[in-house]
Structure formats: C-alpha cells, structure tokens
Design a protein around this ligand. Structure first.
Ligand SMILES: [Mg+2]
Length: 183
C-alpha cells in the first residue's frame, strides 16, 4: 500500500529541456527521454553536445535558470491528483550545486508552497516500502526500487507535450491507477 508519492521536478513538473535549449541555443531534445540511456550516460551525451561540463555548469550555477523554469500543462493536475489520495513531496537532485538548490527552493515556494521539497543526490536514500517515485531518470528509479520503493518511469516530456490535454490527463490517471493497484 502506497502512502507517499515523491514527484521529480526537472522534465516531470518543470520544463528543464526547454530552458536548457533556450539557454544554449542548441536543440538536444531529440535525445531527451532516451530510456535506453542511464542518467549518467544521458548527461555525458548532453555534455558533449553542449560543449563540455563547464558550459552546462555556467548555466546551472545561475539560480535564475532554476527559478524561471516553466511548468508543464499537466503539472498542477499531476500534483493535485496525487495529493487527493496520498501524501506528496517534490523530490529533486541539485547536483551538488548550491545555487541550483537555492533556485529549486525558490521555484517550489513560487509554485507549490504547500508541497514539501526534498533535495538529495541519490533518491534511493528516501525510498522505503510504501513510498513511490515518479521520475524520468531511469537511474533514480532503479535506485529507489533497490531501496524498497516503487516507481513510475515518467514519459519523455517532449512526447507528452505533443499530446492533447485529454491524452495528458489520461496519462496521469493511468499513473494513479497503477499506484492504487499496488497492495
Ligand atoms: Mg527529471
């Protein structure tokens, strides 16, 4: 029986991909949601595309980058739907960048001040039976399950954005149905 739902921020509730595309002027969207890649592999790929780790860090060390991330059309619905049935918390990685952590906290206060925010590098650290993670990072899902939690590997945000509002709602309803089916 699930009691707590953790919801990832980047590319689940906020449009990191769009922001990094705008900030760098490079379209890396085609490789987003490549579920065959682990989180580390995807990062390595993106680093090469964007001109190295420092090029990404220069963007990510600006708190404004995080504060200004846009919500998706489904974000409020996802949080509200889960909140009606479960205790909900936001769970995000700040990649050991203090300014990113600050920016994420401001973003949470701006958009979901009533939902707690947990920041940790390895999301498996907060996993346990009865806890559920919705995340687009396969590596985090694997770690969370290894520590006794259950997960939903979230769709590519790019693919979900291309769908109709009805299809997006159906996708969220499907996540809820799967969580409710867990005994
Ligand atoms: Mg994510």
């Amino acid at each position: 029986m699930i009691k707590t739902i953790f919801v990832d921020l980047d590319d689940v509730l906020c449009d990191w991909l769009k922001a990094i595309t705008v900030a760098t002027g490079k379209d890396i969207s085609i490789h987003n949601g490549s579920l065959e890649l682990t989180g580390a592999e995807l990062w390595s790929f993106r680093e090469r595309q964007l001109g190295g780790r420092q090029a990404i860090l220069d963007i990510m060390e600006d708190p404004e980058f995080w504060i200004n991330l846009e919500k998706f059309p489904w974000s409020d619905s996802l949080v509200e739907t889960m909140s009606q049935h479960y205790e909900v918390a936001l769970l995000s990685k700040a990649s050991n960048i203090p300014d990113a952590a600050f920016g994420k906290m401001v973003w949470q206060q701006r958009h979901y001040p009533h939902i707690p925010l947990v920041l940790c590098e390895d999301k498996g650290l907060v996993a346990a039976p009865g806890k559920f993670l919705i995340d687009d990072d396969l590596k985090q899902c694997v770690s969370f399950e290894r520590h006794g939690g259950r997960t939903w590997l979230f769709s590519s945000s790019l693919e979900l954005k291309a769908k109709t509002r009805e299809q997006q709602s159906a996708y969220i309803d499907n996540i809820l149905a799967n969580i409710e089916a867990i005994k």
